[in-house]
Each structure stands twice: as C-alpha cells, then as structure tokens.
Design a protein around this ligand. Sequence first.
Ligand code: ANZ
Ligand code: ZN
Length: 801
Amino acid sequence: MEKYNYNKTEKKWSQKWVEDKTFTPDLKNAKDPYYALFMFPYPSAEGLHIGNFYAFVCTDVMAKYKKLQGKDVFEPFGFDAFGMHLENYALKIGERPQAVEARTTKNFRKQAQSAGLSCDYTREVDTTKPEYYKWTQWLFTKLFEKDLAYQKEALLNWCPSCQTVLADEQIEDGICERCNAQPEKKTMKQWFFRITAYADKMLEGLEDMDWSEITKAAQKNWIGKSEGAEVEFRIKNLESRIKVFTTRPDTLFGVTYMVLATEHSLIKNLKLRIKNYQEVQAYIKKTEAKSELERTENKEKTGVKLEGVYAVNPVNNEKISIWIADYVMMGYGTGAIMAVPAHDERDYEFAKKFDLPIVEVLSGGNIEKEAYIGDGNHINSGFLNGLNKENAIKKITDWLEEKKFGKKEVNYRLRDWCISRQRYWGPPVPVVYCEKCGILSVPEKDLPVMLPETQEWEPSGDGRGPLAKVDEFMNTKCPKCGEPAVREADVMDNFLDSAWYFFRYISPSNSEAIFDAKLGKKWLPVDLYVGGNEHAVLHLMYTRFITMFLHDLDLIDFNNPFKKFRANGMILKDGKKMSKSKGNVISPEEYGKKVGYDALKTYLLFLGPLSEDRSFTDTGVQGTKRWVEKVYKLKEKVLDKYDDSEEAARKLHQTIKVVGENFEEQKYNTAVARLMELTNVFVQAKNISKENWKKYLAIIAPFTPALAEELWREFGNKTSIFSGRNWPDYDKKSIKEETVGIVVQINGKVRDKLKLNADISEADAIKKAKESEKVKKWLFDKEIIKEIYVKGKLVSLAVKD
Ligand code: ANZ
Ligand code: ZN
C-alpha cells in the first residue's frame, strides 16, 4: 500500500474547498446560523505566526464540527492591516506600508488557505481599504455627535521610539506594547472616546457573560470601580481648596497631612506662598523623568513639604502640612490625597520617613509597628467613635454632604480612550477646523476622508502626524460655511479599526450602512470567539464599548458582541516563549510541509487544555503525524458489508458521544485522545464496515479535514464530507457498558464467578470479589497475604491457613 501523501492531498482539498465555496454560507437564506470568529491577524510580518494560527485552529475545529452537524457556519477571514504593527515593520524593512500590506496580506491568505481552514474568503475585510475605513470614520462622527468623542489637553504616554501617544492600555508593565521603549509623560491635546461613560454598564455586563474567567477578571480590574467620597480641604488663609478622593472618609480624624501629585495645578497657583519653591521645582523635575511604574513600585518614600502653606481638616479644624510626593498620581481621583498614616501603608511609610504624626482612629491593630487596614471600632474620632468601618463611612458621608464639605463619589481606574495617533498608517480623524464654525466632524456624504499618498510618511517626532505636511490633504473647505478650513492631521488608533470588524464581515461591501441590518439580526452576535488574553483590556474592552454604542444607536439589540469568548494559551517552544532573537519561532508553513497541516493542527489541539500555555516539541508533532498515517492505512480494512465486533461498535459510539460533549466544552485535547483510542481499537479489528467507517471519518474530520475528505470521497461520496449533516448520532444501546465474567480464586481454588464491568479498576474488582457471599465464608477469620487481579479475567487471593 502506498504511503499517505499528505502534502498532495492537503493541497488538493484546500484548493477545491475554496473553488467550490464549500465554506461560503448563504448568509441570507441560512436556517441555522453559527458565527465562528477568530481574532483577525495583523499582517505585520511575512507569514503567519503560530500564535495566531493556534487561535484560528481553536475556532476552526469548532466551525467544522458545527458544519458537520448541519449548521450554516460562517467563519470569516480578514486583516487588521492598519496601525503601528504594520507601519513599524515597514519602517524596519524600509518599504512603504502600502507595499508591505499588499504583499503580506496575500501571503497570509495563501497560508490560511493551504492550512485548510474553513474560512469564507469571499467576504474578506481589510481595515486599510476605503470601503472599510469609511465606516470606522463614520463611527467617530456618530460618537462625536453624541459627545462621546472629544478633544482634551491631557497628560499622556508618549512613546519616544514610535513617536506617538499611546493609550494607557498600550502600556504593559511600564513599556510600549509595540516597541518596548519606555514612554514619557507629555501634556498634549488629543482625541478621546468617552469609554468611561460605559464603565458601569461594562462592569455589570460582565456578570452573565460566558467568557473566560481570566478575561472577565482582567476587565473588572481594569475598570477598577472604587466607592468612597470626595472631600474638600481649605487652605489656611486662602481661597484655594484641595479636593481629594478617598475610599475611607471614616478615617478623616486620622488625617495628619496631605499630598499633591507633582503635576497638580495648585502648586503653580501657590508659587508666591511656597517658601521653598526652588526645592519644590527640583523635585518636580526629578519626578517628571520617572515612569508611572517607577513611581508606584514599593520603594523608599520621597517628597518635599510645601513650606508656608497649610490645609485645614474639615472635621476638627486642625492645621496640617501639605507635601508633594511621587506616590500620588495625577491621573487618578483628583491627584491629591488626605494622608492617614495609621491606616494606609504608603502614608505610614511616608510619615515614618518624615517624622509626621500618626493618629490611630480605628482600634484593633498595632500601629507602633505597622498601618492597620482592618476593621474595628472608631476611636479618637468625635461623633464617629464606637462605629465600625461601614457605619462610620455612612455617617461621615452624610455629614460631609450636609456641611457641603464633600459628597459620595465613585471613581474608576478606567480612563477615556485616547484614539489619536501622530502617525501615517491609519484612518484620518474625520474632523475639520473652521475659524468661524469651530470643530466639525465630516458629514457622512463626504466620507471616507481618504488617507493621501505621500513620500514623507515616516513619523516626524515633532508631535504632529506626517499628514500635517501634506497641504493638499490639510487644506479643505468648511462643510458648514464653505470657507477655507483645515483638517485634523492625526490618524486613529488601530484598536478602533478592530473594535467593530465582526459587524462588517456579514456585509463587507455594503456602501449604504456600516452593516446590513437584516443580516445582522440573523447572524449577530458572534457565537464563538477565540483569541489571546493579551487583548483582555484592549481589543475586548473596545469591542464591548463600540457594541454598546451601536446598541444605543438602535442598530442592534444586544450589548455583548460575543456569546462565548475563550482565551487561548500560548504556544511555547521547548518550554520557552518564542521569539525571533532566540531563534525558536515555529512557522505553521514549515510544519505544514514537514508533517502536514492535519497533523500540525491536531497536535496543537492535543497539546493541552485550550486556556493553558503549552510546549511545542518536534517529537510530539511526529506522534500526531504517525496517527494520521495510521488512520490512512485503516482504509484497507473497510468492507462494504461487515459485522463489526461488539467492542469496536461500542467504542465508536462511545467516542461519538464523548467527542460531541468535548466540543461543547472546548475540550479539544481530550477529544483527540478519545479519537486516538478509537483508532487503536480499529487497528486491532479484523475489518471495518463501510457504515462505521463513514461515521469514523465524520468525527475525525474537524481535526484532519483533508484526510477525512480524501477517504470520504474514495468511498464513493460525490459531495464534500462538510456539505451536509454528516455528524453521526450515537447508538444508546451499543454504548451500554460491557460486562465480563471474572473468576475468583482463593489459594488456587475457584470459589465464585462474578459478572463485572469490563473497565472496572483493580481495586474495585478485588473489593467486589471480597464482598461476594460465596467468597466471604472462605475468608472468614483468615489473613489475606496476596491479592492479584488479571484484567477482565481473574481475582486471585491467597490467605494464611
Ligand atoms: C485616605 C485613606 C485612608 C485611603 C485609608 C486609604 C486608606 P483605590 O481603592 O485604588 O480607589 N489615592 C487617591 N487618589 C490617589 C492618587 N491620585 N494617587 C495615589 N493614591 C491615591 O484607592 C483609593 C485610595 O488611594 C484613596 O483612599 C487614597 O487614600 C488613595 F486608611 O484616602 B485613601
Ligand atoms: Zn465654517
């Protein structure tokens, strides 16, 4: 028998499926839609990365399973091709982004097709195409109309190497997620989306979402809801006030000093009053050079006292000192704090260092040694004495509101989303500045605002995007009064492009609307989405925000874009993270050639549970390759008519049942293990009936589609295995547990025969034997010195005479 030529077979079927549009559903007439989605790739390298590929495969295997069940499955494909990923790559290799985009998308598509993914390539979306970004810009204009897109001066992360501002979400562990450079803080005027307006809704929505728990936890943490109070402190002998946000207004009697962030505007206002202004300035300078990470990490506290100014504690009118220190951030709350060293760790360290008073206001701790953050009864707290934390918070908050010293306040860690970028490769912000009419968004009829071709597309570093130098682009007419006006030179963040692409997939060429409403009703939201958890607070938050916004526009009737989201783990090479510098990067294409895509995909799924990181090894992937070859060889045993053994039939039906269940829980690894066991049973069988063979092919088809298709057709099928409801039903009767007769011997003499489950464990078999009435009398009063179980045959016990 000839050896299985997987390269040839995979090539044949992957091409035929595209030609025949096997995986192109009729979106309009579909009866039972299933929308399977993977995170579309950034084509910012020459070929697909195994990490992308793995997420594709996790979605794809499910799509094929659903297709075999007779559903109308839509698994689209496209490119997240705008943005810094591709632009940085273009800069690196010294080519224009347009040229890079044209080449890499072609290559990515070819690779996906060769891999036999069941994508619908007829409805491809590419975020760099005007027919797509017209609608990205349209979204901006709608948000602008609703005051959810706005411009403000803000302290931002400026990446000195990418030469643009970054969103907070794009800073990971203190460094730029794209280039690993350390961002600086800069005050700049930028465009923002008011994602904070949806903070509560996004938090509440998390509760009943079927998403990976780690993703939901990351979002919850990122939104970071804190309940507390805003309290106003007077500055002695002055009109100025210091507002603070605190989660612990009950500790007000324990406030012994205050701290302002170094960027706080009050510092400049108090310039004439602050006696050591020079020293203060020097500290501010030093702090400016530090990253947020350096400022928040646990280290010896530093700070400078503002000499000559004092604040007044509203609860007892005591005079307290005011400091600046880098542990207070301008970007959170009000950028100022009331310090309670007895009950806050950072304040405690600071007070110890600068010898500031520590006043205990909650009993239960040992404040000689450390801050006490637990609950207890209030002491030294006037009208709060005797109350616990919760009751004291209620009482003091009412008091503050009554006296107009403060109010109840909810704070979020979540910041508004900064969407403007001083780069070239993105959709221009569709805004026009007119001297007479002010800031206007571009009317829908004038969209898209085309990204112009220009020779000078590289980042300029002067704080303005490259488009600022393109006069033909910048100079325009005011859409309202017709007078000369200028455009915005910034382009939009690439996370906006990807925040809505799954809406576009269902009608990618619709020029009338962002997506076809009728098809949307049928196909949305997405049934299953798979991708890396590194996008938990970026892409996945933004998609939820845009979806909620579209809901508020009455375009859809849901708030959660993805019914089910699963975060996939990382593929490691020999236990280490893959990276080009370590030279341990796996290319799917290379392994597709070496072992075949069927074997590669099956291996990736077999490696472990979807959510866990797993280590890719060459010996491992050779193992699945051998399995594929083993399956192929089985075809020789297939007979038109054959009475399969009871064991083979039982195993087949059990496997159909279990694999189906595994699919519903994304337990692909156990499904593969079961299929391998079943294969071994068939290897042992003398022959296989054609009827059972067809069932077998259908259940391996999601994993090894080309192999299954090839064998399916060889056995006389004219249409694709994926073209109808070919997933078999399991036969309840034949999966009934098998029983076997087991002989029980004592000291070599047969004492009983038992009917036991064939799969019974050794311990259970021995236990059952000892419980038999006939055996018991022989064991009475005797000491058992040996117990042996021969699987499916015999329990042998030896006793002392
Ligand atoms: C007094 C106090 C007493 C506080 C106490 C805590 C414990 P979360 O939970 O993260 O919201 N804080 C407020 N703004 C800050 C800023 N810009 N930079 C640094 N720290 C800031 O934390 C809220 C608490 O963090 C606030 O409550 C404030 O300290 C501090 F026993 O006020 B607290
Ligand atoms: Zn005008």
